[in-house]
Design a protein around this ligand. Structure first.
Ligand SMILES: Cc1cc2nc3c(=O)[nH]c(=O)nc-3n(C[C@H](O)[C@H](O)[C@H](O)COP(=O)(O)OP(=O)(O)OC[C@H]3O[C@@H](n4cnc5c(N)ncnc54)[C@H](O)[C@@H]3O)c2cc1C
Length: 497
């Protein structure tokens, strides 16, 4: 009998499901029996693959020398501990007719690029390589998963079979270790992988702040489904939890944990929340709203170290006070995963540098997502990664799409309070001014103008105007004439709507 993990697609044969999914650690309740299981998500060797290709062998990830065991350092090049290479060469089961595309990264930029490539090129082979041990999922929904608003199965972007139906091979649990550009070849933890066109969509990882005593258990970042499951395993009603970082992700995590009944304190170095998205007035309204939901705050103070011997017992702040905690979530920003591209000699500045076509300094390598830097900007937001993934995928397949930038915007929903923020949020530069709508808290609405042009906004409570405002910011709509005509903020807002 076959069982399929609803979370990641792992197939198990036996009379009962396994106690734990070896891929994503899901429990037996996440397995369902299947009569005719779809193709396994991991790359399957072709039936006609040469015998050598399926022989289990350990090789050095860099020089490919065959090694004795998985832990030894290569005696040949000594540059890296050996990495598992099973099998030694990739054997994509898609037809090799046409171009060979490889997309590295199973996040939104990567899976969107793969989808666009398939739409543009029905013949090429596509391998989507991801170091995560599951199929692509909605990373931005992890906080809703933590809060119990959706279950794990709903996180996944496509149902089983969708990928294989479109001949997009998922190489899950596979890490790209090196790029040999002159040979058009990747060295991965599962062997060599040739490409004609490559999309680098390796995204970002959580930044772990340099706190003392970080090695204690139960202090975790939140970036992957694996992190979310670990956090959930510790989050029980009454668990004292501290979220380090009062940005969007930190607050969403805090709210999710509060919904699970945890006692939450958010610790933030700035004196007000969401300092990139809100001004002090709207941040104060937002904070009061969250406090009413049971979330406590320690603002304007930086954590210095974690307290505890084996497991965390608290967070010590710079003023030596300690907040008790059995769970600490570290939410202090992200850093792009670009080491592998940098080592390959591609131009990397803050991120992997791309032009308007999402092309890197190598004409056969495109990039998209949190790791890609376009015109000096690293976006770090889902919709920008999605858009970049479309352009990178189109162009990798020979198209002529253009990425013309993206206004920084954030949407956040905390129960009954929606928040939208875009572009400039404060009139603190020459030529800027503000129009604040007269609404009663917790609602708040403000436009920020630069030389009479709408350059940003904050909406709290009622965000129904967010689409129009986004369009106005993108179109650089001017309301200078209305201001000169003496129109009020309410009239100008109404005109935009
Ligand atoms: C919990 C959470 C909530 C969020 N909420 C929001 C939100 O509400 N709104 C919003 O706009 N944004 C949100 N974000 C940010 C948003 O999710 C990211 O901007 C987006 O996921 C970036 O997508 P990406 O494809 O560039 O990279 P990622 O999603 O980071 O994916 C990168 C992929 O590359 C893989 N990878 C990395 N290195 C290698 C390698 N060497 N070999 C193989 N694979 C590799 C990784 O395993 C991963 O699968 C949130 C993020 C988190 C973590």
């Amino acid at each position: 009998m076959k069982w399929v993990c609803k979370i990641c697609g792992y197939e198990h044969e036996g009379d009962a499901p396994p106690d734990e999914c070896p891929l994503c650690a899901a429990g037996p309740e996440e397995f369902e029996p299947v009569d005719d299981a779809p193709a396994a998500a991991a790359p399957a060797p072709r039936a006609d693959a040469p015998a050598e290709a399926v022989r289990a062998v350990l090789r050095c990830a860099l020089c490919e020398r065959e090694l004795g065991d998985a832990t030894c350092v290569c005696p040949n090049c000594a540059s890296r501990a050996a990495s598992l290479s099973l099998p030694p060469s990739f054997t994509p089961h898609t037809s090799a007719k046409g171009r060979r595309y490889v997309v590295v990264g199973g996040g939104v930029a990567g899976f969107t690029a793969a989808e666009r490539i398939r739409a543009a090129d029905p013949d090429g082979s596509i391998v989507l390589v991801t170091s995560e041990r599951c199929a692509p999922y909605y990373r931005l929904s992890l906080t809703r998963y933590i809060g119990g608003e959706i279950d794990a199965a709903e996180l996944f972007v496509h149902p089983q079979g969708w990928w294989s139906d479109r001949r997009i091979e998922l190489a899950i649990g596979t890490e790209v270790l090196d790029v040999r550009r002159s040979e058009h070849e990747l060295i991965t933890s599962a062997g060599k992988l040739p490409y004609d066109r490559l999309v680098a969509a390796t995204g970002a990882r959580s930044f772990v702040p340099p706190l003392g005593n970080l090695a204690v258990r139960n202090a975790l970042p939140l970036r992957t489904i694996h992190d979310a499951r670990e956090i959930l395993s510790l989050a029980r009603p009454g668990t004292r939890a501290v979220v380090v970082g009062g940005g969007v992700l930190g607050l969403e995590t805090a709210f999710g944990l509060a919904r699970r009944g945890c006692e939450i304190t958010v610790c933030e170095g700035s004196t007000h929340l969401l300092s990139r998205q809100l001004d002090p007035a709207s941040a104060a309204i937002f904070q009061r709203h969250l406090e009413q939901k049971g979330i406590g705050f320690a603002l304007g103070t930086l954590p210095a170290s974690l307290v505890g011997d084996e497991a965390v017992r608290g967070v010590k702040l710079a003023d030596e006070s300690v907040i008790d905690a059995e769970l600490v979530v570290l939410s202090a920003g992200v850093r792009p995963n670009n080491l592998v591209w940098q080592r390959a000699g591609l131009t990397v500045s803050k991120g992997l540098v791309v032009d308007d076509a999402m092309r890197t300094s190598d004409p056969d390598i495109f990039a998209a997502g949190d790791g890609a830097e376009h015109k000096g900007v690293l976006y770090g937001i889902w919709p920008a990664s999605l858009e970049m993934g479309k352009v990178a995928g189109d162009n990798a397949a020979g198209g002529a799409s253009v990425f013309s930038g993206f206004p920084m915007s954030y949407g956040l929903k905390v129960v009954d309070l929606d928040l939208f923020s875009i572009g400039l949020t404060r009139a603190n530069e020459p030529g800027t001014s503000e129009l604040v709508l007269r609404v009663s808290p917790p609602a708040y609405a403000k436009l920020v103008l630069r030389d009479g042009v709408i350059a940003g906004a904050i909406l709290l409570g009622d965000t129904s105007m967010s689409g129009r405002i986004r369009e106005a910011v993108l179109a650089r709509r001017s309301v200078g004439a209305m201001i000169e005509a003496g129109k009020s903020a309410d009239e100008i807002f109404a005109a935009i709507a």
